[in-house]
Design a protein around this ligand. Sequence first.
Ligand code: HEM
Length: 387
Amino acid sequence: MKYDIPIPYERLIYFQELLGLEEREAPTLERYQGFFLEKSQEFAEHCYHYFHKIPETRIILEHEERSGNMKRIWQHWFESLFKHKLDRQLLPYLWRSGLRHVELNIDQRFVNLGYSIVRRFCQRIAREVIPTADLEPVLVAIDKMLDNCLLIETQAFISATSQCDIKVVRGISHQVRNPITIIGGNISRLQKKVKPGDSLYHTYEIIMQENKRLERMAIDAGVYSEMFQKDPRFSNNSLKGLISRALDRLRKTDWFKNLRIHTDLDPKFPEIQGDPKDLETMFYYLLQNSIEALNPDNPHIRISSKMKDPPSPFIEIEIFNTGTPPKPEELSNLFVPFYSSKPYGTGFGLPIAQLAARKDLGEIYLEALADQGTKCIVKLPIPARKT
Ligand code: HEM
């Protein structure tokens, strides 16, 4: 399979910033560039011999269609590293090599090992030829450059390996919506032709409910795959704001009727840290889950927050709902996709909420309170204290 994933320039530039890889690093390396370039063939031989000793990589090297191909590739890669600046010329080449490894199913662990070999090789050359006074900045520049290559390689690996799953989930989510709309429209028309007391009326009602469940499942699958792929963008967010936006979205749904919601948030900790979209979606699904489980005779939800072990960098938010609590043996299964204990559940709500919490450095637990209801505890980071 050939991957044609566009280069995520923004993310790759972010890696450079993260590593503090700056333009001024280039002259440091440029001064000694020649020493490294003349060792490129030795590097390729060294790499080849190393991977020839490992059975899993030897088999690849022994089946090259063009003899000496991998040596040429490694030599060219090594030369490119020292010839080009980390600019728009080198980035596509590094990205392409990451995708190529996935295309050929090269074990990522061996590629990582390759980077460790490159690092040791470069350090040896540097120690042999560079005067002591200049050695440290050159070693630092090489380290940053290789760290950057490794981040790009890993990003390409993640993007390529997750792309297939995501495409399948997104495709299903998108494709099933049309048949769902057609089924829903037709059943609704048929239902209008029979009287509410008629046995067919009830049958149509069940089909409509199941069709609605399918529709929600398709939407939730799309939300899950999008959340899985998108990197979080951290910011400080008002907890009250996130919860009220999630509740506003739920107010538009059928479940909200006659519901009592009691909110008691600790005013000392008004903000939480994380991606606002992820967190709002997380609260939406947690609250939806609580509402679906409510005792219809006593529909009550309590949302509260507190810091459990002050001064902790995390705050705990509790969402309690009335209704029959899940059995203790069911608790961990509730976070597994497609597992649902509710007649009209999609089996995606809690997995989406858990994915959002994990992406934003948080955790979610459920506690069954016998004869009372269920408590959902979300632990999330608060903004760092200013010192
Ligand atoms: C430091 C680690 C490594 C680096 C820097 C690296 C670099 C590269 C580059 C630049 C390409 C060419 C990409 C393109 O232009 O299409 C490539 C392709 C390839 N790599 Fe790696 N590689 C590494 C590790 C490995 C390992 C451990 C193996 C396993 C033996 C391997 C096997 C291959 C193969 C089979 C190809 C495809 C060759 C072709 O298309 O003819 N690589 N690699």
